[in-house]
Write a protein that binds this ligand. Structure first.
Ligand SMILES: [Zn+2]
Length: 138
């Protein structure tokens, strides 16, 4: 039997496609960030935050928010279902950068109606880890 054969897990959680739209399995994409790994780039952090919105993980959203702008609490609307992330543009935010911006459209459905949030998000490093600072919604 070849290496890896029969190892593919059919588990509903680890085998599902990541909500961030990378096309990869959740387990190989945003799950490590949600479990505590530091995403390498601002875009990866942005993706992991979108996935956290989609999965209702408000704890991760707070943990990945800069301490100076983080809200005291975050209540997610269970009626808002985040369906798709479209990254429009990424500036800096790479391995050697200390700051970066990611522009995106985040698509959702609420009460059966589709909607979109467009934002230019700013990310910085805090204690070496990428975090969300703030964003402008044009
Ligand atoms: Zn992902």
């Amino acid at each position: 039997m070849g290496k890896g054969a029969g190892r593919r897990r059919a588990n509903a959680t680890t085998g599902r496609v990541c909500p961030c739209g990378s096309g990869r399995a959740y387990a190989d994409c945003c799950a490590p960030a949600h479990a505590g790994d530091a995403p390498a780039t601002a875009e990866a952090l942005m993706r992991s935050r979108f996935s956290a919105f989609a999965l209702g993980d408000s704890g991760y959203l707070l943990r990945s928010w800069h301490s100076s702008t983080r809200p005291a609490a975050l209540e997610l609307d269970p009626g808002q279902r985040w369906t798709r992330l479209e990254i429009v543009r990424t500036e800096r935010g790479g391995l050697l950068d200390a700051a970066g911006t990611v522009s995106f459209h985040a698509h959702y459905r609420h009460g059966g109606r589709p909607g979109t949030v467009t934002e230019h998000s700013r990310f910085v490093r805090e204690d070496g880890r990428w975090v969300y600072l703030d964003g402008d919604q044009p």
